[in-house]
Each structure stands twice: as structure tokens, then as C-alpha cells.
Design a protein around this ligand. Structure first.
Ligand code: CA
Length: 227
């Protein structure tokens, strides 16, 4: 019996990864860091400050503090929020309605530390999720691909066991985090990466879109779900 469904945010709740990629490329360029759109997709799900510290180490061979990385991340956030608001992912509302009807609670687990996005979650999905069931970059020291964010998500959902949960993720690092937490992890491929990249990260099952998952969610629950 599944008690909670833990959703990633970017690329799952919102079709936002295109905007994020542009914001990453433009912001890092200002700091002399060459970050490509591919880099943005490959590192998606990690805490922004962790991605920045890694890129600076790789390209400039220096260690920067979390505060320095946060200042750079603030510029990335500023650019992101100057862009047109990313749309809600097609199929996500229908999927959450089915999950709610099945008696399964919903949590959000994001590597994002962008507070306006958290407010937007409550505006768009407030009928499905309450504020205390949202896990963000500020709740963990170690972000995805470590299991910590999803373990915190389980705690916030009411100390649910990993075997009583599912994760819905779109990115390799997020999938690895869900799998590392011992949770059945559903991949939805909403971006440009190949299916194989998501399966290699350990996804238990893959759907080509959130809408495809929504369309077959009831049969998934009755037939394919292993518990
Ligand atoms: Ca994501």
C-alpha cells in the first residue's frame, strides 16, 4: 500500500527546465564560468550552490564558500524570475487528483532554494499539498543525488517507510536520490536526455511524460506497481 507520493518540482510540476537552462548559462557567464544547457540538464536536481562550487572547482581550480556560491546562485535566480513564468506540466493536476482519490498523500521534494517557487507551489497545488510537506534545499545539507532530501520528505509525510512511498522524478541525480533512499522511483522523461540515461540512474519504471503517467496511473496502481 502506497501512503505517500513524493514529487520533484522542476521538470515534473512545472515545465521549467528550459528557463532554468537559459538562466544557468547566462548567470554563470557573468562569473566567467562556462556552463552549457547540457550541463544544466545533467546537474538538474542538485542544490544550486553545490553545482556552482563544483563548476568553479573544475574550471578555476578554487574552492569557494557556500556564501560565495549563494551570491552567484542569487544571480541565477534573478534571471530565472525575470523570465516568463514556466507553465504547469500537462497532466500533473489530473495525476494528483487520482493520487488524492486513491488515499495517497502528496509531498514535494526539490533541490531548489528559490523561495518564490515555493510560494507558487502553494498557489498552484495548495489543494493537494500543505506547506509542511514541502522539502527544499534549506532542509538538507546534502542535496540530491544523496538520499537526504527524500528521507526528509518521508519524515515530513509522517515518518513513512521508504517501502510505502513512490518518487516521481525527471532527472538523473533526482532518480539516484530516490533510489538511494530505498523508494520505488518513477521516471518521467520531460526533457532532452535519453530514456537510457534515466534508466541507468536506477529508475524502476519510465513514462515518456507526466501526462502518460497520469493516463495510466490507475492501471499502474492495480497491475504494475510492485506493492
Ligand atoms: Ca527535476
Amino acid at each position: 500500500m502506497i501512503k505517500v507520493a513524493l514529487f520533484d518540482m522542476d521538470g515534473v510540476l512545472y515545465d521549467s527546465m528550459g528557463n532554468h537552462a537559459v538562466a544557468w548559462v547566462q548567470s554563470m557567464k557573468k562569473f566567467g564560468i562556462n556552463m552549457t544547457a547540457d550541463d544544466a540538464y545533467a546537474t538538474e536536481g542538485a542544490r544550486g550552490v553545490d553545482t556552482i562550487r563544483y563548476m568553479v572547482k573544475q574550471q578555476q581550480n578554487r574552492d569557494i564558500t557556500e556564501a560565495e556560491a549563494q551570491a552567484m546562485y542569487d544571480e541565477k535566480s534573478r534571471i530565472f524570475h525575470s523570465m516568463k513564468e514556466a507553465p504547469i506540466m500537462p497532466g500533473i493536476i489530473e495525476l494528483m487528483e487520482q493520487i488524492k482519490q486513491a488515499g495517497i498523500s502528496i509531498g514535494i521534494v526539490t533541490g531548489s532554494g528559490q523561495r518564490p517557487l515555493i510560494a507558487r507551489i502553494l498557489k498552484d497545488f495548495g489543494q493537494f499539498v500543505s506547506p509542511e510537506h514541502i522539502t527544499t534545499a534549506y532542509d538538507v545539507k546534502r542535496g540530491k543525488p544523496n538520499p537526504d532530501p527524500y528521507l526528509v520528505g518521508l519524515q515530513k509525510a509522517g515518518n513513512i517507510a521508504p517501502t510505502e512511498a513512490i518518487v516521481i522524478e525527471n532527472a538523473p541525480l533526482g532518480i539516484r536520490a530516490g533510489v538511494a533512499a530505498g523508494i520505488y522511483t518513477i521516471a518521467v522523461n520531460t526533457g532532452p536526455l535519453s530514456d537510457q540515461v534515466l534508466l541507468d540512474a536506477g529508475a524502476n519504471i519510465l513514462f515518456p511524460s507526466v501526462k502518460a503517467l497520469s493516463d495510466s496511473f490507475n492501471s499502474f496502481l492495480s497491475e504494475r506497481c510492485p506493492f
